[in-house]
Write a protein that binds this ligand. Sequence first.
Ligand code: HEM
Length: 510
Amino acid sequence: MFLQIILNLGLVLVGVATVAYMLIHRQYTYWERKGIPFIRPESYLGTYADAVSKKKPLCDVVSELYVKFRGKKFGGVWELFSPRLFLVDPDMVKDIMIKNFDSWSNRGLTSNPEVDPLSQHIAMLDGKMWKVVRTKLTPTFTSARLKSMHYLVLECAKNLEKYLDAVVRKNEPIEAREVGAKYTTDVIGSCVFGIQMNSLNDEDAAFRKMGKRLGGGSGYWSRFVHLLQGSSPWLFHKLKLSLTPPDVEEFFLRITREAFEYREKNNVQRHDFVDLLRKLKNTDQKLGKDDVVFDDKLLAAQAFVFFGAGFETSATTIGYILHELAVHQDIQDRLRKELREMKAANNGEITFDGLQGMKYLDMVLQETLRKHPIVPQLERVSVRPYELPGTNVVLPVGSKCIIPIYALHHDPEFWPNPSKFDPERFSEEGKAKQTPYTFMPFSIGPRTCIGSRFAEQQTKVGILTMLDKFKIILCEKSQNPLKYRNGAGVFLMPERGFWIKMIPLGADDK
Ligand code: HEM
């Protein structure tokens, strides 16, 4: 009897192992069966194993795959067990991101809005719901609205200046990303939530604390939940897990509600994002059975993503710019000269229109985003069957593809000597030589970054405020050349931060 039980158990185990093996084998022969060139993973962590196991930065792994597929339009790779189409040819990128956007409009991130209301933001939404919310939010960053919010950005820049005056006096190395994060937290707080954040003056400012919680302070549970969301959306959904820590959820729901109540009670208008959200409140969009009602929670989720997607990306970009300016003093001097000329023509102010006229500043920013694209790769999920151009292969609904932004930005065929920091690539002459669809720090197509122009505005004002008063130099703590942090994180981060020194400019430099 006992032997029988052991035998049966053994048979069940062998059965389960055989089915699991066959399923995994089927996944791993996916591209072979389709006749698509592929790179076979060396372990069950998939083709991205070296990034997942933190041996290398994601951008290096993406670039290595890209080089191996060179000369082809696309290839097959795997994230864990899941096949992904890896795009190589810029025309394929155009095809999926723009021409056939309607077939590839989803990002495919699962969330559980019933238990995690802040997860129903545009970056997580897909399908009709994404379209409705995106259309409603698009007016947030029109030129006119950015202009009307410019005074709020300048207020934060004045605080940045005061903060730096005090910090620079200590004559110690400064970590540029942290300064950038305090400043962008204040800007987004002011423009998106209508609140003075005070991150620059108060080490314990609540918003900065929340930013740190979102950025890196995640524990094992949070990492597990995110891993499950990516690797097993079905189980993540069934277990009704939340991506947002309870204190973060409580904080953002409360401050958005308070901002609405305050404005309603005091009849305040600031021409900012809160005003736009208030206009959307309680308007609903009929979509057959998928009605979208803009209630407090849906609105708070949008404010939340503007904070989450907006402060870290711009703060890190500020860090990369300051690092490059510290390395390239000639570029720094030329930029400061352009700043002096712009201020002289605008009564000593960094005006919105003056900013638009600063061509060299824009070249420096674009080259920074080319060399250090903060989002090194994108993913898309298909919502319709898609025939791969030049083949008879039809990929089914739910197929996933990867757009290797970092690798395209570093392909010497499109960007000669790609590791050189050279803003001239973005002069009028330089732009004429660029190959289309090889530069996309904010992505391309209808799902491109909604806050790109706001990001540029706050980044440029922050950089100019620093250059106006200080010379940026490398210091003993700087890492030069910079290395990127190992791992598969979504953002391209420096390994050891951006350590620089700021020296007050002498009368001759001003
Ligand atoms: C240097 C700064 C920034 C960079 C490089 C950047 C880059 C990106 C990229 C590459 C995407 C993915 C687009 C796609 O999947 O096609 C994205 C999406 C997004 N970004 Fe940004 N971003 C920046 C700043 C901002 C700011 C300041 C905000 C808001 C205030 C913002 C809000 C968003 C949102 C909401 C999405 C999702 C859009 C959607 O799914 O419809 N970003 N960003």
